[in-house]
Design a protein around this ligand. Structure first.
Ligand code: TNX
Length: 502
């Protein structure tokens, strides 16, 4: 038999990683096979490293049935966070040889990213939760990797429809498989208030009782939120909580009559219109309210950012809006956090260290607001609605989703460069990307998964991989290989016809 053909037949298929690593080369004559006798070694164990090892073996024990003991020092698979600082906070090196696998990083976070890569190198059935037959082969390879951007996020709107802690945890698990590191939770909107605030208890008692379509709704207690924050941290994702202001506030206004200009509480709202509500900019109580809310949210949030919304304040007079944003922002800063907001906030004066989230649709006025933010010294996170919005339909036949920003195919979601999308923005101003998932039309996790997969991995790659690695033709082949992983994980993904699924 011809030698290359023999090699193709005996060698496992080429690795198909998402996001594409910075460098990867094959070690052609080496194939690693995970055996029942394998061990996982942790060099210089610590709580964080032990947890990473534990997450890995917990999954691999399920699918392989192997014992996979975790031991200090080197093992068949060795995890080390003693690597050089030159790898950066999230960088790692991974080497797969005939008899060993080594993942090296400078930090626990970097090690976690490397282990994420290792999981993708294993056969897809390694992600299953029941015993599978081997062999568990990985083609020899050498990888050196680090992210392009520090902010790689996904947003879940838990206000329009409420999602349980278990749902959010599953969402975290799936997002972290693609090296995302921020979970933005849209915790309040017209349709529902979702986070407990002890000093304003009606927010959840009353304001948490509604959602789009009048379904069961709900809210997170402080214990629930702490559980989400910790689970995210265990997956090296930082929670960015959003309290949307001054618009998108009907649930709060309905909970407290005194927050309204006329002192009358509007009814709860279960529709899907936007832009009809506003906090009362001239009332002192508005800022006492936000002081309490931001303080309690800040206390429970280890991350350094609070998102104050700021979008679509259509019934707030613009001069009021320009008064409101700096005052609200000052309260966020007072409680020790950086301000993040949708790009409308850039028209107002922003405190140092602010982050502007661009959600425009190629319109000049939105791009100009992003530039105005940058001129003030703000950093930019890119969430262009016509590319990164996971709630837009894929095509006309999509069973749910919206279409106001257009139809977003898998190719369209992937084919843009965060650094150059907005003209005349210096590259250094862009700190990353985020894919928002609004849930007006999504009332369960299966629908959330359908809109998220397969588009989210593309946004994750835009956030991680170097611009030179971004290429739709090769990406769609790599994406095709993820399908069997999602089958093993039970993900309800959309089998988009543009992807050559295997
Ligand atoms: C616009 S994007 C909104 C949300 C909607 C979304 C639906 C943004 C900052 N505001 O209130 O849910 O469109 O796609």
């Amino acid at each position: 038999m011809d030698e290359t053909l023999l090699k193709q037949l005996t060698h496992p298929p080429e690795p198909t990683l998402i996001p594409q690593p910075v460098t990867q080369s094959a070690l052609p004559d080496q194939t690693f096979t995970l055996q029942s006798s394998a061990t996982v070694g942790v060099v210089t164990p610590s709580e964080a490293l032990d947890r990473i090892a534990d997450q890995l073996v917990t999954q691999l024990r399920r699918s392989t049935g192997f014992a996979l003991p975790v031991e200090p020092g080197t093992g068949t698979i060795t995890l080390s966070a003693d690597g050089p600082d030159s790898l950066g906070a999230e960088g790692y090196e991974l080497r797969v040889e005939s008899s060993t696998v080594t993942v090296t990083a400078a930090t626990a976070e970097g090690l976690f990213r490397g282990v994420t890569t290792l999981r993708q190198l294993l056969p897809a059935k390694a992600e299953a939760d029941t015993d599978q037959a081997g062999p568990w082969e990985i083609a020899g390879t050498e990888i050196s990797d680090a992210p392009r951007y520090s902010y790689r996020g996904v947003m879940l709107d838990v206000s329009r429809h409420f999602f349980s802690v278990a749902d959010v945890k599953r969402f975290i698990e799936l997002a972290s498989l693609y090296k995302l590191n921020r979970l933005h939770l849209h915790l309040s909107d017209d349709q529902g208030w979702r986070i407990q605030v002890d000093s304003w208890q009606e927010l959840t008692k009353h304001g948490g009782s509604s959602e789009v379509g009048g379904g069961p709704a709900g809210h997170y207690t402080k214990a629930d939120y702490a559980e989400i924050v910790m689970y995210a941290a265990d997956h090296f994702m930082t929670v960015v909580p959003e309290i949307d202001t001054p618009g998108h506030t009907n649930a709060a206004l309905s909970s407290y009559a005194e927050l309204n200009a006329d002192g009358e509480a509007p009814p709860l709202y279960t529709g899907t219109e936007v832009g009809f509500s506003s906090l009362t900019v001239a009332k002192d109580l508005t800022y006492e309210f936000l002081d309490d809310v931001f303080r309690e949210v800040a206390e429970q949030t280890p991350g350094d950012v609070i998102h104050l919304g700021g979008d679509e304040a259509h019934v707030t007079p613009h001069s009021d809006y320009l008064t409101f944003v700096p005052k609200a922002a000052e309260l966020v800063v007072k409680h020790g956090k950086r301000v993040m907001g949708w790009h409308e906030i850039a028209d107002a004066e922003l405190p140092a260290g602010s982050i502007v989230q661009y959600w425009g649709n190629d319109q000049a006025k939105d791009e100009e607001l992003a530039r105005k933010g940058v001129r003030q010294g703000a950093e930019l996170v890119m969430s262009p609605a016509n590319r990164a919005y996971l709630d837009m339909k894929y095509d006309e036949d999509s069973p749910y989703g919206l279409a106001w920003a257009g139809l977003i195919s898998v190719e369209k979601a992937y084919s843009w460069d965060p650094a150059t999308l907005i003209p005349d923005v210096p590259e250094s101003a862009v700190i990353g990307v985020e894919a928002p998932l609004w849930t007006e039309t999504l009332d369960d996790l299966a629908k959330v998964e359908f809109m998220t997969f397969p588009r989210l991995p593309g946004i994750a790659e835009l956030g991680w991989s170097p611009a030179s690695a971004l290429d739709w033709e090769t990406y769609k082949d790599r994406l095709a290989a993820q399908g069997s992983r999602w089958e093993a994980l039970g993900v309800n993904f959309y089998r988009a016809p543009e992807i050559p699924w295997r």
